[in-house]
Design a protein around this ligand. Structure first.
Ligand SMILES: Cc1ncc(COP(=O)(O)O)c(C=O)c1O
Length: 388
């Protein structure tokens, strides 16, 4: 008999009627009319370049061959070019940001080291850190005093001599807070002074109004996590990358799992995605920015509810409803029943999850309007049913 391991985990609450997370996600996936606001996926792509490239690869039956194990050189070069980084940086193509996070944390942390993350945050990072390091220092950041982000001041306050890795998710899932150039320079100083590494997860980078790369300020101490799931709209294709100075990426290469490489169909899609980016990027970001306004207007109508970080620099935001007395989990359940998939805060926070609902908005405007109406309906109905 073998037991599940006890690593840090998100308090995932299953909606009523589902026995396992797999059963729940299978339901969501197959429900044709479901409005996807629960996983920060992007449903706004209209051009066919990505699809055409993948169909071409399939028609040639290229998938019967293994790809080069680190990724097609052309894809590696396109990723480097997208980030504006030179040849002193290497790229390892992975099966998504998740694998990139896992490998980076595995590679950097020794068993006696600790890693710093923040709460709210992307909690699988905490899980991975407890697998490979001694512990996680999870810093509470749900606070306007720190602008809802892990600031350089907080890092200095909470770090100790065994802190080896600091996670900077930028923009931050779930709040959408983003770093300034000045903050990145301060992180670079901290990394240089203390010999620690910065894990810069830029999964939501292209949704931001302005974004800077940690790799430009602390090149030797930064590992950049790249994903094709969000702005590129390719979540189901499971593809991403690790970008770092050649010695760091060489070190990661020595611990890879997937030594036969990453899905060739996805890699062809990823190349087409990067090549065509300038044709579709503006359509997507202008839509997400308009969509945020629709949500904000609805939230402003609810007394006691507010959006902690507005505008969000991601494709998601938190809606705080603590003062209304209505529980985010009840709102999520209500909306699911109306075929709108959103996430209660406990998925991204251990300390503050009871306060907020996370919604993503890279979906057509009409669906956001439906959400806004149903959200107001949910708040009114739940309020009257509980006589708050
Ligand atoms: C901050 C962050 N990093 C990584 C990922 C996972 O990305 P991928 O789908 O590329 O594994 C997510 C997914 O939501 C995320 O929010």
């Amino acid at each position: 008999m073998i037991s599940p391991k006890k690593y840090a985990r998100a308090a995932k609450i299953l909606p009523k009627g589902f026995k396992t997370p797999n059963e729940f996600f299978n339901y969501i996936y197959h429900e044709k009319d479901m409005i996807w606001m629960g996983q920060n996926t992007n449903h706004l792509h209209e051009t066919t370049d990505i699809m055409d490239a993948m169909i071409g690869c399939i028609k040639n039956r290229d998938y019967s061959k293994y790809p080069p194990p680190e990724g097609f050189p052309e894809l590696k070069e396109l990723i480097r070019k997208d980030l504006g980084l030179g040849s002193e940086f290497d790229v390892l193509v992975t099966a998504g940001g998740t694998e990139s996070l896992y490998l980076s944390i595995n590679d950097i942390l020794d068993p006696k080291d600790n890693m710093m993350t923040c709460d709210p945050g992307y909690l699988i990072i905490d899980n991975f850190a407890t697998r490979f390091g001694e512990r996680v220092i999870s810093v509470p950041i749900y606070n306007p005093d720190c602008n809802y982000k892990l600031t350089p001041q907080l890092v200095r306050k909470y770090m100790n001599e065994r802190t080896k890795l600091v996670s900077l998710v930028d923009p931050l899932n779930p709040l959408g807070s983003c770093y300034t150039k000045e903050e990145l320079k301060e992180f670079a100083d901290i990394a240089n002074e203390n010999g620690l590494y910065l894990l810069h997860d830029i999964t939501y980078r292209d949704f931001a109004r302005e974004h800077h790369l940690m790799a430009k300020y602390a090149p030797e101490n930064t590992i950049t996590v790249f994903s094709f799931s969000k702005i590129f709209g390719m979540a189901g294709l499971r593809i991403g990358a690790i970008v770092g100075m050649c010695d760091v990426v060489d070190s990661v290469k020595s611990i890879v799992i997937n030594d036969l490489g990453t899905n060739v169909v996805s890699q062809h899609g990823a190349m087409a995605a990067l090549k065509s980016k300038s044709r579709w990027l503006n359509h997507i970001t202008s839509t997400t920015r308009k969509n945020q306004k629709i949500i904000k207007k609805a939230v402003d109508e609810v007394e006691g509810a507010f959006i902690p970080v507005y505008p969000s620099d991601g494709n998601m935001m938190a809606i705080d409803m603590y003062e209304t007395g209505i529980k985010p989990v009840d709102v999520a359940e209500y909306l699911l029943d109306k075929k709108i998939f959103v996430r209660e805060g406990s998925y991204t926070s251990r300390l503050f999850g009871h306060r907020y609902l996370r919604v993503s908005f890279s979906i057509p405007q009409i669906q956001v309007e439906t959400f806004a109406n149903k959200f107001l309906e949910a708040m009114a109905t739940l309020k009257s049913s509980k006589k708050i």
